[in-house]
Design a binder for this molecule. Structure first.
Ligand SMILES: [Zn+2]
Length: 113
């Protein structure tokens, strides 16, 4: 019995479109979150939030917005999915987990961030 060779053919544009959708959703979500957090910060008693917690949440939302915006710009420029450090393609599995990833798994580990 002959086992057919395993083909790894996939539609090349589809994963990217999926990732773009993920990034766009994330952008909208985080922008909404940042708006909410900004409002909470202005409310008396910070809507029950601890000011430190509110600060951390605000910073992380801002960071997420910046990350996703940059990733979407890289998609437009055509540099998306390429490691900024070693210029190698970032594995799709990593992009699915972290759609805004700028570095491949290896370089990311080396950078320690
Ligand atoms: Zn790399």
């Amino acid at each position: 019995m002959i086992i057919a060779p395993h083909h790894t053919e996939t539609a090349p544009d589809q994963p990217l479109e999926l990732l773009r959708t993920m990034l766009e959703e994330q952008f909208v979500l985080q922008t909404r979150r940042l708006t909410e957090l900004t409002i909470y910060g202005r409310l008396p008693g910070h809507a029950g939030y601890d000011p430190n917690t509110l600060d951390i949440l605000t910073t992380s939302a801002r960071q997420a917005i910046a990350d996703t915006a940059q990733a979407l710009r890289r998609m437009t420029e055509g540099t998306y999915g390429r490691c900024e450090q070693c210029q190698r393609p970032i594995p799709l599995g990593r992009l699915r987990e972290v759609p805004h990833a700028r570095y491949c798994t290896r370089c990311h580990r080396h950078r320690g961030s």
